[in-house]
Write a protein that binds this ligand. Structure first.
Ligand code: SF4
Length: 352
């Protein structure tokens, strides 16, 4: 285990330039936990700071979340609260009756300018929960009641953390014997190695969010570009993994039509019609966010044009006006429809 106070005396100027996770807060109760030790072994130069409870750091007042996102700290903790939640209304449920999500990590290593996490959490730091066995028990309880569908990486990107967490491998191996459980892992990562390392399981779906290169470069900070994501998609398909493509959220901006057209052309030239026919399904949806999160988001990021649009507010959710959302989603579906059956394309719809 690294010494607890190593490198903790950086000056303010150095801290601003520090690499992500140069400081790691660890709940005292889990300092000796196997998973904690495994994770810390990947950060031998980090300053390790014992804490009582993750909320003492994560929820404290007067944080500068925007600055923290440029160089986040990591907090390792045990989740003693709810481990599995019913899917939120803004989530696409793919027609699944028993639809849930879990949160192994709060916040994300990527930094998308439209991300709802910016309206949800008061900090840019990440909390990673190390009690993965408790999560497995919660999954077993859920599946003893009915077959279930679980989003494992909904409000973070676990694939981007895989090199030092190993969580995708852990849940992949656990899933083999849990036949009542289907898991979706959503990602923007260029996780080509992960696609070749893991044996495919029909109940483990890798859902790749694809965006035009312009969107990735301008608003999805630290994410790989379209071609790197498509390389992982192709590798996943060739390895036999169930692959989902998510064009969600689509963003409205000047020139959006041309950028989304270019993206579909790149997709077709990379996968070909045959590759696209092996994609399990496709999700299409325009940007939407809870009205409460939007209010916080706008106040904390007043210069962010993506959240200053005059959204339509309906049942507590902010969306583009119906006509615009319809135009955008229909346009993308028309681009895809020569190669993809429409019954494999899911659109997000507000609950009636
Ligand atoms: S990858 Fe997803 S969860 Fe991560 S910052 Fe972007 S939108 Fe948020």
């Amino acid at each position: 285990m690294p010494p607890l106070s190593m490198n903790c005396s950086s000056s303010a100027a150095e801290v601003r330039l520090a690499a992500p996770f140069s400081h790691i807060y660890v709940e005292e109760d889990i300092l000796a936990h196997r998973q904690t030790q495994e994770i810390l072994s990947h950060f031998r130069d980090a300053c390790i700071i014992p804490i009582h409870h993750y909320k003492d750091i994560f929820n404290r007042g007067r944080q500068n979340a925007a600055l923290q996102r440029r160089s986040p700290s990591l907090i390792l903790a045990r989740n003693t609260g709810s481990l599995i939640y019913p899917g939120a209304p803004v989530c696409q449920d793919f027609g699944e009756k028993h639809f849930y999500y879990t949160s192994l990590c709060m916040n994300c290593p990527f930094d998308c300018d439209y991300c709802f996490l910016k309206g949800m959490y008061p900090t840019g730091n990440l909390v990673l929960f190390v009690n993965t066995d408790d999560y497995l028990k919660a999954m077993d309880d859920l599946c003893s009641r009915h077959p279930s569908y679980l989003c494992l990486s909904y409000d973070t990107d676990l694939c981007a953390l895989e090199s030092w967490t190993g969580y995708i491998h852990f849940f992949h191996d656990a899933l083999i014997t849990r036949e009542n459980l289907t898991v979706e892992v959503r990602t923007k990562a260029a996780c080509t190695d992960l696609m070749t390392d893991l044996s495919p399981i029909s109940r483990l779906i890798f859902a790749f969010t694809l965006s035009p290169d312009y969107v990735a470069r301008t608003w999805e900070h630290r994410t790989p570009g379209l071609s790197a994501r498509l390389k992982a998609v192709k590798t996943g398909l060739d390895a036999g993994h169930p692959v989902r493509l998510c064009f969600d959220p689509m963003l409205f901006f000047p020139g959006w039509k041309q950028h989304y057209r270019d993206m579909i052309e790149t997709l077709l030239s990379t996968l070909g019609e045959e590759g696209l026919s092996r994609v399990r399904d496709i999700s299409v949806g325009t940007f939407r966010i809870s009205g409460t999160y939007l209010k916080t988001f706008r106040s904390q990021y007043p210069d962010n044009p993506l959240v200053q649009y005059p959204f339509r507010l309906k049942d507590g959710y902010a969306c583009y006006p119906d006509e615009l959302a319809e135009e955008m989603e229909s346009y993308l579906i028309r681009l895809l429809s020569p190669c993809v059956d429409e019954n494999r394309i899911f659109r997000w719809e507000a609950e009636p």
